[in-house]
Design a protein around this ligand. Structure first.
Ligand code: GLN
Length: 275
């Protein structure tokens, strides 16, 4: 079977062309950036083993498994992260949160930062990469997730500390910045069907999706230094509710920022000097 025929077979199975190209490159052991090579060499043939493997990978993708799990990797904020079904796949939308975090940290020397519910470690590692002087702690309730995150830290040579904890329970000291991309999908949300390959505990947060955001907003003020900030990611329709949670928790300068799709995707507030 030629590469062109393999791609045609994948299209026949209903796979998107880009996905099929990336899976084919994976089977050929070539980097994901080599799609142009594929086009230029589509008359070359796959051997029997490669053909079988391509069929298996197309089957997994066809069953809805995220490409990132099949590849075992996901790029986030310029970092090549190892991911598997123990952690949520990092989304480009979350880069908005990282950019905001870096802006807030810019004037501070050796800031203390904590990333709550770090999953693959994406946010914590992106911050540490840009701010080597920052003391970055990352927590997760899932030991499985922490294994993935610490493997990523090690592979990238980034000295982030990890702790198994539920939000800020048992976390000592005060921080200049608390960041989190917690679960925020409502338990009955129809979108969950499309997310069935990812860990439910990383996605769902009660009837309105705000259970964990409520806990974080409630715990954060006592764990922030004066003028420290809390930044959280949330669902596409939760910005007003989350701003309300932050204001009620005593935060000032409460605001939201939009993701690449123009959706208000993260919100934050500053702890006033007193209180
Ligand atoms: N952004 C994910 C989604 O809705 C949800 C991530 C989360 O719950 N933190 O696809």
């Amino acid at each position: 079977m030629t590469l062109a025929q393999a791609l045609a077979a994948a299209a026949h199975l209903g796979l998107e062309r880009l996905d099929a190209q990336l899976l084919l490159l994976q089977v050929l052991g070539r980097p994901a950036g080599e799609r142009a090579w594929l086009l230029a060499h589509d008359g070359e043939t796959l051997d029997e083993r490669q053909q079988q493997r391509f069929t298996v990978l197309c089957g997994r993708r066809g069953a809805g498994e995220p490409l990132a799990y099949i590849a075992g990797r996901k790029e986030f904020f310029g970092l090549d992260l190892m991911v598997d079904r123990r952690v949520l796949v990092p989304r480009p939308d979350t880069e908005t949160l990282v950019e905001w975090a870096l802006e807030l940290l810019a004037p501070l020397a050796s800031p203390r930062v904590v990333d709550l519910g770090t999953g693959s470690g994406a946010i914590a590692l992106a911050i540490k990469r840009r701010r080597p002087d920052a003391h970055v702690l990352a927590t997760d309730r899932s030991r499985d997730a922490l294994e993935v995150a610490s493997a990523n830290a090690q592979a990238l040579g980034l000295a982030v500390q990890f702790r198994c904890a539920s939000w800020l329970d048992g976390i000592a000291g005060r921080f200049d910045l608390i960041v989190s991309n917690p679960p925020y999908v409502a338990a009955g949300d129809p979108h969950l069907g499309a997310l069935s390959h990812e860990p439910r505990a990383a996605l769902v947060a009660g009837a309105d999706g705000l259970d964990d955001l409520r806990v974080i907003a409630g715990q954060a003020p006592a764990r922030l230094r004066p003028f420290g900030w809390l930044l959280v990611e949330h669902g596409y329709d939760q910005a007003a509710a989350v701003r309300g949670l932050l204001s009620n928790a005593g935060f000032s300068r409460v605001a939201s920022r939009r993701d690449l799709g123009g959706i208000e995707r993260c919100s934050g507030g500053c702890k006033p000097e007193l209180g």
